[in-house]
Design a protein. Sequence first.
Length: 132
Amino acid sequence: MITAIGIFLFVTRLMEKLGKNRKKTVEKPADRSVLWMALSIGVIPCPGVTILLLFAISFGMIKLGLFMVLFMCLGMAVTISAAGIMTIWFKKGTLELFSRHAKIQVYAVNTLELAGSLLIAVIGGSLFIITL
């Protein structure tokens, strides 16, 4: 599934870049769209947390299970938030670095978007091959 998402992202970005309505400038994402994306990702329950809580309930340790779930959720929230913030900072830094050169800016962002989608596909494929 991860590989399919990476390939889909790569193909859609490539078609967008090669299409007739290519963008000549790079747009910064709106804060509202980033917020909605974060909220939609955050509502998906983690299978690891569900298994951990069911395991604790099966042994009659509900309080300990909830305590472990709380700290697991906090750890995941900090880690994912840090990765998201670093990604946003990196993109803003890249845009500011090349702000005087629009062509280089568009080329850099396009290259990074395509490379990122290929990296997702490669990581997904590697995880699939490892599980065989």
